[in-house]
Ligand binder design. Structure first.
Ligand code: NAP
Ligand code: MG
Length: 493
């Protein structure tokens, strides 16, 4: 992709607010810039929404909820299927947009597009399989008929790190279930969401079903939605701190709430593991998205007798990675999202070093344009270091030695989060013990990647509420309704 191609591609994306099927300006007339983190160039200017825009959007979503809920499941399914096909058709184009706004290398961005599209395919299949139940009460006197109805207008809020996939993981099941939506993507990375809106529109999504308001002041948009009394559900992906605030707001009107929040994933390597496989797994679990993932391995626990060898092999692999602008096909590690992200990683590394950690590679941000930080390996990390209790959100691997399985489990669970964990071992019995003992919503055994549209994604403890994807994904957007019918016992003929 040349620079001028990239510019044309981005210039073709609408940049307004999308309300009631129209692209409109913010009522305040304000706009804000979108920046390419690799070059620090302004690549677009978008409408900067506020409370008045938010109010209009939720009114529209509430007004079309009934007619949308009445559409045939097959019709909703086919909209999703067509959108899935378009996304795959335009995979390269969407990937370039993600790379430009967010920084991840093009190959990873293509992967995100496929992952994002797969949620539409999955939920197009789920739309026509919304089941119910019919039973008889224990005393035989009542028929209990259970059906499912769309929960109603939904507030969707997503982060910048997977700008396309975090949206489709919510929009897919909401469409399948028959819910209307007000959606606020992250203002740092709105362009891929705007491109998605156009795809859904071409796929036949009726006006008003999906309304999108982006803002540099997110609370000014989301809070009016939460306080409106018109939205029945909130589905949020982002930090635990913002999740807590939205749960407080949700309590006012008792809104259904799904929360995909922060993580602090343990990555455990036992001495019976295939060390090469463990290094491969960590390269994914740590470096996917430059480490800017809720699923990123944050604390790496390696059994003491293999810790040095593991760190050595990891350092060889990490130090060989090519860092640069993600749009260059040779790039393996792109920039971080913003200067604040680089400052945070610098401060976590210097804290660890102050407490005795040794840097085996990386460790220092380069001079020049772009928000870069190199792949970094730290060993002899003191468990009291800040990076043990904070999401690093950067390409920094902190290796800590442990003695035995009990030690590993205790360390892994020593956090308020519980999104995902990873463990490498050849012992099947141990794998099942770990599943019972490690407090996470998802555990990868001998793999560094658990995300899969067919699986229930989500966390325990302060990592969230509810699950996205899998068979449970659509349930989050459905309300259970039960009908009681007195039962007379059929005559014995
Ligand atoms: P964040 O600050 O919580 O932002 C997430 C979203 O919330 C963005 O759209 C943001 O808008 C919006 N927001 C911020 N303040 C708000 C407020 N006061 N009221 C309403 N909305 C508000 O999270 P982030 O730092 O961008 O993203 C990284 C976090 O997301 C990490 O903690 C990561 O672990 C988590 N995450 C979790 C999952 C998961 O599935 N569990 C997946 C990906 C990321 P703006 O961005 O426009 O400011
Ligand atoms: Mg933020």
């Amino acid at each position: 992709m040349t620079t001028s191609n990239k510019r044309d591609l981005i210039a073709a994306i609408p940049t307004g607010l999308f309300i009631g099927g129209q692209w409109v300006e913010a009522q305040s007339g304000k706009r804000c810039d979108v920046i390419d983190p690799a070059t620090e160039d302004v690549i677009a200017s978008i409408a900067d929404g506020g409370a008045e825009d938010a109010e209009r959007a939720i009114e529209v979503a509430a007004a079309v909820q009934d007619s949308w809920a009445r559409t045939a499941p097959r019709a909703r399914s086919e909209i999703l299927r067509r959108a899935y096909e378009q996304m795959m058709e335009r995979q390269d184009e969407l990937a370039s947009i993600i790379t430009a706004e967010m920084g991840k290398p093009l190959a990873e961005a293509r992967g995100e597009v496929a992952y994002a599209a797969e949620f539409f395919r999955w939920f197009s299949e789920e739309a026509v399989r919304i089941g119910g139940d019919a039973t008889v009460s224990g005393d035989g006197r009542t028929r209990i008929i259970v059906s499912k109805a769309p929960v109603g207008p939904c507030v969707l809020v997503t982060p910048w790190n997977f700008p396309l996939a975090m949206g489709t993981r919510k929009i897919g099941p909401a469409i399948a279930a028959g819910c209307t939506m007000v959606f606020k993507p992250a203002h740092l990375t709105p362009l891929s969401s705007f491109a998605l809106v156009e795809i859904l529109r071409e796929a036949g999504l009726p006006d008003g079903v999906l309304n999108v308001v982006c803002s540099s002041d997110p609370g000014s948009v989301v809070e009016p939605w939460m306080r409106s009394g018109k939205a029945r559900k909130v589905s949020f992906t982002g930090s635990t701190a913002v999740g807590v605030r939205l749960l407080e707001q949700a309590s006012q009107h008792i809104m259904r709430s799904s929360m995909e929040l922060g993580g602090n994933a343990p990555f455990i390597v036992f001495d019976d593991a295939d060390v090469d496989a463990a290094v491969d797994g960590l390269m994914i679990a740590k470096l996917r998205n430059m480490g800017e993932a809720c699923t990123a391995a944050n604390r790496i626990f390696v059994q003491r007798n293999v810790a040095d060898e593991f760190a050595r092999r990891l350092t060889e692999r990490m130090s060989a990675l090519v860092v640069g602008d993600g749009i260059d096909p040779a790039t393996q590690i792109g920039p971080l999202i913003e200067p604040k992200a680089v400052e945070k990683v610098i401060s976590l590394v210097s804290d660890a070093v102050r407490r005795g950690a040794r840097i085996l590679c990386g460790g220092q941000a380069p001079e020049g344009r772009g928000y870069y930080f190199p792949p970094t390996v730290l060993v002899d990390v003191d468990p009291e270091s800040e990076l043990m209790s904070t999401e690093i959100f950067g390409p920094v691997a902190a290796v800590i030695a442990f003695d035995d399985e009990c030690d590993a489990i205790r360390l892994a669970n020593d956090t308020q989060w519980g999104l995902v964990g990873y463990a490498f071992t050849q012992d099947v019995d141990r794998a099942f013990r770990l599943q019972e003992a490690i407090e996470v919503g998802m555990l990868g055994i001998n793999t560094g990647l658990v995300s899969n549209p067919a699986a229930p994604f989500g966390g325990v403890k302060e990592s969230g509420l509810g699950r996205e994807g899998g068979r449970t994904g659509i349930e989050e957007f459905l309300e259970v309704r039960y009908l009681a019918l007195p039962r007379s016992i059929p005559a014995n003929v």
